[in-house]
Design a protein around this ligand. Structure first.
Ligand code: ADP
Length: 450
C-alpha cells in the first residue's frame, strides 16, 4: 500500500516536473527571442551612426563592432554584396523570410527570423533592415534553441525532482499511516462487534460491508444451531419412541413367556390351563395390535402422497354408522350435526384416521349411557362427549406418542396412546389445528380447525 501510494505520487511528481520544465523552457525561450529582437534593433542603429563601406571590409568592421555578430550586406533585391564570413558573397538570400519581409516592408522595412543556420550549423537569430530601398543590412547572432534551453535546465529539474521524490516518500508514509489506522481500527472492531460504525464517510461503505458480513455469519450460525437442535430433537424423539415400543412390548411378552413356561412345566389344573391359553391368546393379539399401530404411525409420518378433495360428510356418516354398535353396547347416544358435501383437500385414509380416532375415544372414554355430539362443517370438526374428561395437567400431553392417562385402560381398550399422536401429525402436515377442551368427570371436546 505504502509503495503503491509512493509510486503513484512519484509518477505524478515526475510528470508535473517534466510539464513544468517544458512549459517554463517555452516561456523562457519566447522571452529570450523578444529580448534578442530588441538588442538586434539596437545593434542595427549602430550601423546608421557610422558609415560602413558596403564591402567585405565594411562588413567585418561592423561585425567587430558588434562583438563578432555575422553581418551581411545586400542590394535592394537581396543579392549579397558582402558578408563578414568569407566566401558567402555569391549567395542570394532573397528567399529568406527576414529578407523578404525587409524588402516588402518598403524603404524602412525590416524582418526577423530564427532558424538553424545551414552555414554555421547552429540556431541563429536574424534581423534584416531596408535602408531607404537602396540596400539591406542583416545581422545574425547565435541563440540557444528551446531544446538546448531545456537541456540546460535539466540539472535544476533533476534536483527539484529529487527533493519532490524525497517528499513523496515522507508523504506516502504519513498518508498510509493516516489511512490505515482507521481501517485497522474498523477491522479489529468488526472482529469483536456485530455492528461497527465510523466517523469517516469514505469508510462507511466498508463498515456497511463488514456489518452485512457479520449479519450473514450470525444468520448462518443460527441456522446451523437450529439444524443441530432439530437433529438432536429427532434423535431424542427416536430414542424415546424405541424405548416406548420396547416398554409396550415387554408386558405382553413377559406374560406370554410366563404362561408358556407354566404350561411346559405341567401340573396345572384344567381351569389354570384355560386361563393360560386365554392370556397367551389375548397378549399375542395385543402384540399384533401394537405392531399394526406402530406401522400405521410410521406410514402416516412418512406419507407424502398428493392430496385430493374428499367428501368428509359421507366419510363421517359412514364411520358413525360403522361405530354405532359399539356405542349402542354402552347405551351411548350419538347426535350428528353434519353439513352436506363438506369437501376437504386431503386423503381418505387421513381423514378417516382423525375422525375414527376421535369418535372411538369419545366412546371408549365415555360413561355408560352418556352421549356424543359430532359437528362437521367447512370450517371445523368437533367431537364432544360426556365422558370421564381429562385433567388440566394431562390435556397438553394427550397428543404425545404413547401417552395414556390411565394405564389400566392400556390394553383393555387396545389403546397404546398413538391415536391422538397420529391425528396431530396429520393435522400438522395439512396445516390444520387440533385442540382439546375438557373438564375432569364432565367430558371432553376435540376440535379440528381446517
Ligand atoms: P389411546 O389409544 O390410548 O386411546 P390416544 O392417543 O387416542 O390413545 O389417546 C391418548 C390418551 O388421551 C388416552 O389414553 C386417554 O387417556 C386420553 N383421551 C383421549 N380421548 C379422550 C376422551 N375423549 N376423553 C377422555 N380421555 C381421552
Amino acid at each position: 500500500m505504502k509503495w503503491r501510494i509512493w509510486l503513484l505520487s512519484f509518477g505524478i511528481t515526475l510528470v508535473c516536473v517534466l510539464i513544468f520544465g517544458i512549459a517554463s523552457t517555452q516561456v523562457y525561450y519566447n522571452s529570450s527571442l523578444d529580448d534578442g529582437k530588441e538588442y538586434l534593433r539596437v545593434y542595427m542603429n549602430e550601423f546608421g551612426e557610422i558609415n560602413y563601406a558596403l564591402d567585405e571590409n565594411g562588413a567585418r568592421a561592423f561585425s567587430e563592432k558588434l562583438n563578432g555578430a555575422r553581418v551581411t550586406f545586400m542590394d535592394a533585391q537581396g543579392n549579397v554584396l558582402a558578408d563578414s564570413i568569407a566566401g558567402k558573397v555569391a549567395e542570394n538570400h532573397a528567399d529568406r523570410s527576414e529578407i523578404t519581409d525587409a524588402i516588402s516592408g518598403g524603404k524602412n522595412g525590416d524582418g526577423f527570423a530564427v532558424r538553424g543556420s545551414s552555414t554555421l550549423g547552429k540556431n541563429m537569430m536574424y534581423y534584416c533592415k531596408n535602408f531607404d530601398g537602396k540596400f539591406l543590412v542583416r545581422i545574425a547572432v547565435f541563440t540557444d534553441s528551446d531544446w538546448l534551453i531545456f537541456v540546460k535546465t535539466l540539472p535544476t529539474l533533476a534536483m527539484f525532482a529529487g527533493i519532490m521524490i524525497a517528499l513523496c516518500i515522507v508523504v506516502a508514509f504519513v498518508v498510509t499511516h493516516f489511512i490505515m489506522t482507521p481501517v485497522k481500527k474498523l477491522a479489529t472492531e468488526a472482529v469483536n462487534n456485530d455492528n461497527v460504525t465510523t466517523n469517516y464517510s469514505e469508510l462507511k461503505p466498508l463498515a456497511a460491508i463488514l456489518n452485512e458480513r457479520n449479519r450473514n455469519i450470525q444468520r448462518q450460525m443460527d441456522e446451523v444451531k437450529a439444524e443441530k437442535e432439530i437433529v438432536e430433537r429427532a434423535r431424542e424423539s427416536k430414542d424415546e419412541f424405541i424405548s416406548n415400543v420396547t416398554h409396550e412390548m415387554n408386558t405382553p411378552l413377559t406374560s406370554i413367556h410366563g404362561y408358556a413356561e407354566l404350561l411346559e412345566a405341567g401340573g396345572m389344573t384344567e381351569e389354570q390351563k384355560q386361563l393360560a391359553h386365554k392370556t397367551i391368546l389375548t397378549q399375542s393379539e395385543r402384540l399384533t395390535n401394537l405392531i399394526g399401530c406402530i406401522i400405521n404411525y410410521s406410514e402416516i409420518n412418512s406419507d407424502d402422497l398428493p392430496p385430493y378433495e374428499v367428501n368428509f360428510s359421507t366419510l363421517a356418516k359412514e364411520t358413525l354408522s360403522a361405530l354405532k354398535p359399539e356405542a349402542d353396547k354402552r347405551n351411548i347416544a350419538v347426535t350428528e350435526h353434519i353439513d352436506d358435501n363438506v369437501l376437504i383437500l386431503s386423503r381418505h385414509e387421513r381423514l378417516s384416521e382423525i375422525f375414527g380416532n376421535l369418535v372411538r375415544n369419545a366412546i371408549k372414554y365415555n360413561k355408560d349411557g352418556g352421549s356424543i355430539t359430532v359437528t362437521l362443517n367447512r370450517q371445523k370438526l368437533e367431537v364432544e362427549d360426556t365422558g370421564i374428561g381429562i385433567s388440566q395437567e394431562n390435556m397438553s400431553k394427550v397428543f404425545s406418542r404413547f401417552f395414556t392417562v390411565d394405564k389400566s385402560h392400556n390394553g383393555k381398550n387396545g389403546g397404546f396412546g398413538l391415536g391422538l399422536a397420529v391425528a396431530k401429525k396429520i393435522c400438522q402436515k395439512s396445516g390444520w389445528k387440533i385442540s382439546v377442551e375438557s373438564a375432569l368427570g364432565e367430558g371432553s371436546k376435540f376440535t379440528v380447525e381446517f
